[in-house]
Design a protein around this ligand. Structure first.
Ligand SMILES: *Cc1c(COP(=O)(O)O)cnc(C)c1O
Length: 390
């Protein structure tokens, strides 16, 4: 183990690095979670979270990774044998589907090639063919973190509505929330699934469900056997700032600081910053002559860029060289594209110099690892950042 000097760059697309203010906020004594101070603290935090989700309705919080909130959404709404429609955008869509099937929910997959977002037309076509109305919901991933493709959530909602189908819309924006435009209420999402450790810049361990009136009514009348994930029990206590079981108090301190940072910057300003940095990262990639995994330019994610390596070159070897030489962690290829892509995270508490340091490490790594490319990616990114400076 060699001694580290300077700062480690955690540039994977989540967990993202937490701002100092978040880390400091967590380093204080745990509060009595049934005491008066906690009730006020949690009630205010829950209210402010609604601003980040863009909802007027309650947001439910769990002490779990994002996977828990996937499960919570499904068990509150569906029963074994129920049918839901999902779309194969990448590894996270695949994992959510597998989770649904383990709960005996029939998850039908619209096949995909992992190089684009959900096709609203394909969703509409499948719903139109469902004349018996068996499909209970459309479940989609907003920002597919394995491929760097962003799906058009609002267009999917409009496609569902145009078919006059009753399907609910469930959206995983675990890696999109706080970084990319997202509107729980205005887009007519029934359940939004989110997590703390990506755009929300808080260490892993908290997850969220934002729930529409319609979804809540469905849950009250049905869903499957559940206890820990039950929305109703949570909502009743949350109304006064308390929880049915011990909340992850110190993570909540961190989340409080992160939400403060997001609201101080302004949510739209944070979205714009991510858009600008992502644009620079894409210009770098194209100047290197490397291919971006998402083939549809308008669907390229502002949270991460997944870069394909030429055939015969190993993305994991490249990542290992970059980590060893420059102490920069990049995301690996997941599932079907393991070893074929690496992922540059540009989300959360990130600014221009941090992005440029990351891109410089990638360009140096490409040279060290002998990956065929053109130099000038860093220059191209700098040029874009100057052109788009405010
Ligand atoms: C990270 C991520 C998940 C998984 O969340 P965990 O916190 O690892 O359980 C699910 N979906 C998407 C889109 C993600 O980015």
């Amino acid at each position: 183990m060699t001694a580290r000097v300077g700062r480690h760059f955690l540039q994977i697309p989540g967990p993202s690095s937490a701002p100092d203010a978040v880390l400091h906020a967590m380093a204080r004594q745990t509060m009595d979670h049934r005491g008066p101070e906690f009730g006020v603290f949690a009630k205010t935090l829950l209210a402010d979270l609604r601003k980040v989700f863009r909802t007027e309705r309650p947001v439910i919080m769990y002490p779990s990774s994002g996977t828990g909130a996937w499960e919570a959404a499904l068990v509150n709404l569906f029963q074994p044998g129920d049918v839901v429609l999902m779309a194969e955008t990448g590894q996270f869509a695949t994992l959510w589907r597998e989770l649904a099937e383990r709960l005996d929910i029939k998850a039908e997959f619209i096949p995909g090639d992992w190089r684009r977002g959900v096709d609203p037309g394909a969703v509409a076509a499948r719903l139109k063919a469902d004349i018996k109305g068996e499909i209970r919901a459309v479940c989609m991933v907003h920002n597919e973190t394995s491929t760097g493709a962003t799906s058009r959530v609002h267009d999917v909602r409009k496609a569902i509505d145009a078919t006059v189908h009753e399907a609910l819309l469930l959206v995983d924006t675990i890696s999109g929330l706080g970084s990319m435009p997202y509107e729980h209420d205005a887009w007519g999402v029934d359940v939004t699934v989110a997590g703390s450790q990506k755009g929300l810049m808080t260490p892993p361990g908290l997850s969220f469900n934002a729930v529409s009136e319609k979804a809540l009514a469905v849950a009250r009348a049905g869903g499957m056997r559940r206890s820990y994930w039950d929305w109703q029990a949570m909502l009743e206590l949350n109304a006064t700032g308390y929880f049915p079981y011990t909340p992850a108090t110190n993570l909540l301190y961190g989340l409080r600081a992160a939400v403060d940072q997001i609201l101080a910057e302004g949510l739209e300003a944070a979205w714009a910053r991510h858009r600008r940095l992502a644009d620079a990262a894409r210009h770098a990639t194209q100047a290197w002559g490397l291919e971006i995994q998402c083939e549809v330019p308008e669907e390229r994610s502002n949270v991460l860029t997944a870069v394909r390596l030429p055939d015969g070159h190993d993305a994991d070897a490249l990542r290992a060289a970059i980590l060893k030489n420059f102490d920069v962690s990049l995301g690996n290829g997941l599932g079907k594209i393991k070893g074929k892509v690496f992922r540059i995270g540009h989300l959360g508490d990130v600014n221009e110099p941090l992005l440029m340091g990351t891109l410089a490490a990638v360009e140096m790594g490409l040279k060290l690892a002998g990956v065929p490319h053109q130099s000038g990616g860093v220059d191209a990114a700098m040029r874009r950042l100057v052109e788009t400076a405010g």
